[in-house]
Write a protein that binds this ligand. Structure first.
Ligand SMILES: CC(C)(COP(=O)(O)OP(=O)(O)OC[C@H]1O[C@@H](n2cnc3c(N)ncnc32)[C@H](O)[C@@H]1OP(=O)(O)O)[C@@H](O)C(=O)NCCC(=O)NCCS
Length: 205
């Protein structure tokens, strides 16, 4: 009996310490000084390295290793092209999230989707949304999405789309949580199925 009581107490102690460790770690992350700002050319190297890290972590079980390696091999070229591919103007938006001087997330989007199917229907496109694994689940992506929505509306568009790999279930749950409607249209990215969530901003206040 005493033996079982000891085991029970040990389990309760373990659960409590795990709970408090998690809560305190999350709290420390929340207390950090988060800056969300438009991307600038000087961000190029950090941005591309962050993208490599998140891309590998997110897609290593979805995409082939060759696809991931090929992207990493193009790192210096992507850094060189950064100012052209990630800019802020009437057609494009790109924001980064900075914590204590380090980039931990970003998004970029276009006022007119690059997919002909959505472009012809007047959809803006939230092309990429990446948060460093240590900072996921803290509401950062929701803040970025709101910046994108405000920008889309202020430029006269009323709907946008997000494409996501069919097997990227974590991201899909987030897009569903935001009220995205899964479309019938599908595409293909590097040999994997891509699905699309659409958002109608006319319904928003
Ligand atoms: C998908 C991603 C951008 C979400 O960013 P995030 O900062 O963790 O998301 P948030 O904390 O803002 O959460 C947004 C909402 O989704 C919910 N959510 C977050 N992760 C979730 C999960 N795995 N399952 C269910 N719901 C989840 C949150 O609770 C929140 O809802 P709430 O405001 O009602 O509480 C981030 O996880 C990421 O970068 N993943 C790896 C890269 C990737 O897959 N990008 C998308 C490519 S298309």
């Amino acid at each position: 009996m005493i033996f079982f009581k000891c085991i029970q107490s040990a389990i309760i102690l373990y659960a409590l310490s795990f709970f408090y460790a998690t809560v305190i770690t999350e709290r420390k992350k929340m207390d950090k000084n988060i800056t969300i700002r438009p991307a600038k050319p000087e961000d190029a190297e950090q941005f591309v390295l962050l993208e490599n890290l998140i891309y590998r972590k997110t897609y290593e079980k979805i995409l082939s290793s060759e696809v991931i390696l090929r992207k990493e091999e193009q790192t210096s070229n992507r850094v060189l092209m950064f100012s052209d591919t990630h800019k802020n103007d009437k057609e494009n938006i790109c924001y980064v999230v900075e914590i204590d001087g380090s980039l931990v997330g970003y998004f970029w989007g276009k006022l007119h989707s690059s997919y002909e199917y959505y472009n012809s229907k007047g959809y803006a496109d939230l092309i990429a949304l990446y948060i460093h694994p240590d900072y996921q689940g803290l509401g950062i992506a929701s803040k970025l999405k709101q910046i994108f929505v405000d920008w889309v509306k202020s430029n006269g568009a009323t709907k946008f789309v997000i494409g996501v790999l069919k097997d990227n279930y974590n991201a899909r749950k987030v897009y569903e949580r935001w009220g995205g409607v899964l479309d019938n249209y599908t595409s293909e990215y590097k040999g994997c199925d891509e699905v699309f969530y659409t958002y109608n901003l006319e319904k928003e206040q």
